[in-house]
Design a protein around this ligand. Structure first.
Ligand code: C2E
Ligand code: MG
Ligand code: MG
Ligand code: MG
Length: 276
């Protein structure tokens, strides 16, 4: 009986490995196909200056429009793309497309805004990242000061010489760098004050559970300003949250209260409204 039991366990183990392996392989093939066949799309979520109420930027958010499954959320496929290394090709596409779209908006006569692009850890750690960014800006004709790269705390908070070099390279190039989901990762204040970072993005968990996290949100806002950084609140869903942020002098907001991420043509309509 014992022997039988173990054998079954082993079989189960083996079949679950091959199943996972197969789905990773399938996923990789599907992701490659998606890239080749243009199944990826960027949606853009507006970011507003809280005082003036004007759109000052948009965050580019990746969407996979799968022919059979419909829209697949980045939370599902980004980790896999990261695991397979395909994130590098996908990330290049995202950055190119976001810069191209932002330049197009400027060419159409809208007030210049900043486009934010999320970087994955693998992308950020490429030794030629700065050259890649420079080349994309060059190809699309977008000015560096109209691009912002979002990294997470864990990518930046390390003493390694090459990370400092990358951040300084990006600063010298003239692009902005922000820290995404700030407050949820592992971070060190020592690095925060030393690194050339322009903006903190307060994670939505602190905004949405505002009452419990009031002191934290206030501290992040005040700390950003002391460090000469801007600060934006993510995941703003209610007027009450916005009023609080306004009173605390948070610079910018992003969230469903104003707008969810939208296809680019919907942004045109929003830009038009504020031009009048
Ligand atoms: P993120 O960079 O923190 O992006 C913000 C996420 O919060 C987006 O989810 C957005 O739709 C959502 N959000 C915005 N406002 C609200 C709100 O008021 N309430 C709530 N509940 N949610 C809100 P999304 O688009 O599903 O993206 C999830 C994550 O996937 C992103 O988090 C980012 O880490 C990653 N991601 C998205 N696009 C890319 C990309 O092009 N490259 C990389 N490397 N990662 C990406
Ligand atoms: Mg982000
Ligand atoms: Mg975030
Ligand atoms: Mg995130």
């Amino acid at each position: 009986v014992i022997k039988e039991h173990y054998r079954n366990d082993y079989k189960m183990f083996e079949s679950s490995i091959s199943k996972d392996f197969k789905s990773i392989l399938t996923m990789e093939t599907e992701l490659r196909k998606a890239l080749k066949e243009g199944q990826f799309e960027l949606h853009y979520q507006p970011q507003k200056n809280i005082v003036t109420g004007r759109i000052v930027g948009v965050e580019a958010l990746l969407r996979w429009n799968h022919p059979k499954e419909g829209f697949i959320s980045p939370g599902t496929f980004i980790p896999l793309a990261e695991k397979t290394g395909l994130i590098l090709e996908i990330g290049d596409w995202v950055m190119y497309e976001a810069c191209r779209q932002n330049k197009q908006w400027q060419d159409e006569g809208y007030d210049p805004i900043i486009v934010g692009v999320n970087l994955s850890a693998k992308q950020f750690h490429q030794s030629d990242l700065v050259e890649r960014v420079a080349s994309i800006l060059n190809k699309t004709g977008l000015q560096p000061s109209h691009l912002e790269l979002e990294i997470t705390e864990s990518m930046a908070m390390s003493n390694e010489e090459d990370i400092i070099q990358t951040l300084e390279g990006l600063r010298d190039l003239g692009v902005y760098v922000s820290i995404d989901d700030f407050g949820t990762g592992y971070s060190s204040l020592k690095y925060l004050s030393r690194f050339p970072v322009n903006k903190l993005k307060i994670d939505k968990v602190f905004i949405q559970n505002r009452k419990q996290n009031e002191a934290i949100v206030k501290s992040i806002i005040h700390m950003s300003h002391s460090l000469d950084m801007k600060v934006i609140a993510e995941g703003v869903e209610t007027e009450e949250q916005l009023t609080f942020l306004k009173n605390e002098r948070c610079d910018e907001m992003q969230g469903f209260f104003y707008s969810k991420p939208l296809p680019p043509k919907h942004l045109n309509e929003m830009f038009q409204k504020q031009t009048v």
